[in-house]
Each structure stands twice: as C-alpha cells, then as structure tokens.
Design a protein around this ligand. Structure first.
Ligand SMILES: [Zn+2]
Ligand SMILES: [Zn+2]
Length: 393
C-alpha cells in the first residue's frame, strides 16, 4: 500500500460508508462486507476474493483512527485538485502529476511510519494553507450489484413474446441472527488474536504490513455458538420473484437488460441492473432466421416436375403454397407475413425450402415407368465435361 493508493482509492466507498461515519459504523460495515465476500463463502469466485482484499485494505486504514486521519488529510489535499494545478504549471498536465510516494522516499526511511512521523501534515498544510484545499469529493451511497440470470424459452413463446415469473436467488443477511452469525441469545466475542480489529500488523524492516487476521478471517469476532439458520455465516440465500416480459421475436443468445432490477443499493443507493440471458429451445418443425421462420418440406421428383399445391403449417394456422412445374430442388418459397410479428406490426416471412427426395427403392411398375421416362428425356447437359474426361482416358 503506497501513498499513491491512498489518493486513488476511495476507502469510504469500498466500505459503503459516509466520510463522516463513526468508527462503529465503519467496523460494522466492514464486518458485513468481509463476511459476504469471504473466500470461504465464495469458493472459486475471484471477484469475491478481489472484493475481500479491497475491503480488508480499506479497513486497515479506516479502522485505525490515526491512519484514517492521515488518509483524510491526504485526500482532502490531493482530491481537491489544488496540488494538480501547481504541478501542471511545472509541465506535467493532466491526471496524477507524479507518484506522490517519491516525495516521502527520504523522509520515511528508517522509521516505520509512512510519512516520517507528523511531518506530512505539517509540510503540506504550510504549502497549501489558504489554497482551496477542500474536502474530497463526496460519493453517493454504493450502487447495488448487477445480477445475471438465464432463462430458457419455448420456441413459440420466443416468437410471440411471453411474460414469465423469474425467481432469483441472491445472498442476503440472515434474519435469525441479523447477520452476526451467533445463535439467538448469544453474541459473537472479540477475536483473541487481533483483539477485535480484524487485521494483524507485522513489522519487517522499516515497513509494516497489515493483513486480515487469520484467526477470525478478518471479521474481528468469533462465533462460539453458531446460528442454526445460517450455520454461523450470517448470510443466507434469499429468493425473490419478478415478472419479466420477453418481447415477440426475442432470439436465442440475446441478453435483455432490466435497469434497476438487480440487487438493491446499500442505504438508499441506486439498484443494480438485471441481465437476462435468453436461450430458446428448438422447435421440432420450424427454425428461425431473424424475424423469418424457416421450414423444410420434402416433395417428390414428380411434384417438382409437374408442379403441385403444398399445404404447410405456420405457427398459427396453415398456408397453401404453389410449387410451379419445373421447380428445382432447394428452391425457397416465401409466405409473406407468416414469420415473427413484432409489436409495431412489422412481420417476418415463412421461408419454405423444397427438398426433392430420391427414393432409395422403387416398385417394378415405377421402375418401368421411369425407364420409359428416361427414353423420352434428353440427356443432362454434361458436354462441357467431356474434354477434361478425355484427358484421362
Ligand atoms: Zn444466522
Ligand atoms: Zn482476529
């Protein structure tokens, strides 16, 4: 953790507390977040692990009165932009003008205090007194997390649109123990290793490192008799159900965003968004290509040659299609407006692909008729191949 970290990171936002929060509020919020994001409760979730680290880092500073004062002081100076104006006059415009830790490299040497004792505050107060060094920009309460969900729709529901109840499971605070993990009637006790601080400090040479206490996993307390509901974790899985409207024509693989339907924000902050990934189950007859429905229909050789009327199903009825005499295999017929009908009335088509089937076996009568047919039919146009064929004979 460097002094640059202190300027760039908003530890209050990380812990979801106001800048004016009491040390009790900070501790409480920290314990809650540490418990929720603890790797033991989120095995194999790198996001939770990141969060746990960030929360621990923030608490190592804000949970310590002295460090918190230094942090506030530093952020009020550098967060206000006062220093940036000075620095860019020196030819380094924009952004963070330099690594602030450079400034303290000499002063900090040989002691374990980050800023060479009280020197930091004095130094900067004298440079910037009267210079617009106001409080750091306040941030609103933390926004709720985005939630991802997956829904499988029937083919016809996806074509026509459908409203479905969606049950979401999300971590929440246990109502039995109100999140402290202790059996009702008992209380968690302060961790004997870190004396309730949740962090332990280790000195190595001129540096000191703070890390989450291993004994209590950074929570600061130990539960002796576990809450029967949440087994001491303080968290339970809560379910909520909401009705989601899927518009007509929603496609497989589409992602629908429902603004503000994710997890609620903390202490009045805005809610996150809900992202619903749509899977569409295939239909046994129809396929989809955008707003067009597709259908493959087999016809006989005789039908292709002589022409016929085909009665085919649509999603809500039937339609008769004329197959003209002399239709080749693979031709696509179009039934206009029989595809996906959008809310605004625009509609796709039903595309019918004709597949001329060749019988694997024929009766003696059919064979005789076909041989008679062959005698009456000019040969297929293969003259253009002859020259190449002769090369090899
Ligand atoms: Zn509980
Ligand atoms: Zn501890």
């Amino acid at each position: 953790m460097s002094s640059k970290d202190w300027i760039e990171k908003d530890y209050y936002a990380v812990l979801g507390v106001e800048k004016s929060a009491s040390s009790d509020e900070i501790k409480k919020s920290y314990r809650k977040l540490a418990r929720e994001s603890h790797p033991d409760h989120n095995p194999g979730d790198p996001k939770a692990e990141e969060r746990f680290k960030a929360v621990s880092e923030a608490y190592a500073v804000l949970g310590d009165e002295k460090k918190r004062r230094e942090y506030d002081e530093m952020r009020s100076l550098f967060g206000s932009g006062a220093f940036r104006r000075h620095a860019s006059a020196g030819g380094q415009p924009g952004g963070m003008p330099f690594d602030v830790s450079d400034l303290f490299g000499g002063a900090a040497g040989g002691t374990d205090t980050r800023f060479g004792g009280g020197g930091f505050t004095d130094l900067f107060s004298s440079i910037f007194s009267g210079g617009g060094a106001g409080p750091a920009r306040a941030r609103g309460p933390a926004r709720g997390r985005d939630v991802e969900a997956e829904v499988a729709l029937d083919f016809e529901d996806a074509v026509r649109g459908v409203t479905l109840p969606l049950t979401l499971r999300a971590p929440g605070v246990c109502d039995t123990c109100h999140g402290n993990g202790a059996k009702p009637g008992t209380q968690p006790v302060a961790c004997p290793v870190c004396q309730g601080a949740g962090v332990t400090t280790r000195n190595q040479g001129s540096f000191s490192f703070s890390e989450p206490c291993r004994n209590c996993q950074g929570v600061g307390t130990i539960v002796e008799e576990k809450c029967p509901e949440c087994h001491g974790t303080g968290g339970v899985t809560k379910t909520r159900t909401l009705n989601v409207r899927f518009p007509a024509g929603v496609a497989d693989g589409q992602r629908i965003r429902l603004a503000g339907r994710g997890e609620p924000g903390e202490r009045g902050g805005p809610a996150g968004d809900l992202f619903v990934h749509v899977k569409v189950r295939p239909d046994e007859l129809f396929g989809r290509s955008g707003d067009d429905l597709t259908l493959t229909v087999q016809i006989t050789f005789a039908e292709a040659v002589l022409g016929t009327d085909l009665r085919v199903p649509t999603l809500d009825g039937t339609v008769t299609l004329r197959v003209p005499a002399g239709t080749p295999s693979g031709r696509v017929l179009r039934a206009r407006g029989k595809g996906v009908v959008r809310k605004d009335g625009r509609a796709g088509d039903l595309l019918v692909t004709l597949d001329v089937v060749v019988p694997a076996k024929v009766s003696d009568e059919a064979r005789a008729a076909l041989e008679a047919f062959a005698e009456q039919t000019p040969p297929a146009a293969r003259e253009h191949l002859d020259a190449r064929v002769r090369r090899f004979s």
